[in-house]
Design a protein around this ligand. Structure first.
Ligand SMILES: [Zn+2]
Length: 233
């Protein structure tokens, strides 16, 4: 027959293993969610880059159309120049043509700038596409790895839970209701080893009577935190 101390040592070890397993079981899906969020962000970046391209392309096309119209108008003025009827008309047309040429040259520079910008955005789209592909691949890998891990962890969880039931079966029936209530609400924190002369859970100093009772293998709860105490190996 195992002593109460043995029982509690085993139970505490099992509870800690269970807590660790549950923590690892939750970590996997969390990792997947983080990678899925990253894929979504990369998808957003691609859409934003493509939108930016569309806007810039429209602006560039509009400027090119504008330049064509202005160049046609300029030709028109130049034709009129030859047909000028007076010096005054000739001079006016000449000034107009000079001003338009100046404006067109500014517009042509703007078009070059716009085309440069389009090249830049195209490169950004390519980069965003690359990032998205990488993020998707990474997400797929993590999902597969987690799925494989989860299976192993679930198996381990079932095994340790079985161990827990066996260990709990060794507990004295008088103690069991209290233990079960504690274990339900506190999990692995339902128990604590004695550390020196203190509770290993809350560091409260224990009375000599308490230490004595523990040495005699009696069930003792910490008066401060309520944990079930035991003497460690
Ligand atoms: Zn305590």
């Amino acid at each position: 027959m195992a002593t109460l101390t043995d029982c509690l040592r085993t139970l505490h070890r099992i509870h800690r293993q269970l807590a660790d397993l549950q923590d690892r079981l939750q970590r996997g899906p969390k990792q997947i969610r983080a990678h899925e969020a990253n894929v979504k962000k990369c998808e957003g970046d691609v859409v934003a880059a493509k939108d930016a391209y569309k806007q810039a392309k429209m602006a560039s096309d509009e400027k090119q159309l504008q330049l064509k119209q202005r160049e046609a108008k300029l030709k028109d003025f130049e034709a009129k120049l030859f047909a000028a009827q007076s010096n005054k008309e000739y001079q006016l047309l000449k000034d107009q043509i000079a001003a338009d040429k100046q404006a067109n040259s500014v517009l042509a520079d703007e078009i070059l700038e716009a085309l440069d910008k389009l090249d830049g955005i195209q490169a950004a789209i390519k980069a965003a596409d690359g990032n998205l592909a990488k993020a998707k691949e990474e997400c797929g890998k993590v999902r597969q790895r987690v799925q494989e891990q989860q299976q192993g962890l679930e198996t381990e969880l079932a095994r340790i839970t079985g161990e827990l039931r066996t260990a709990e079966g060794q507990l004295d029936t008088d103690l069991r209701p209290n233990y079960e209530r504690l274990a339900r609400s506190m999990g692995a924190d339902a128990m604590a080893p004695v550390e020196g002369e203190c509770c290993g859970g809350c560091s409260q100093t224990l009375t000599p009577q308490t230490i004595n009772a523990l040495r005699l293998d009696k069930p003792v709860f910490c008066k401060s935190c309520g944990r079930l105490l035991y003497v460690p190996e």
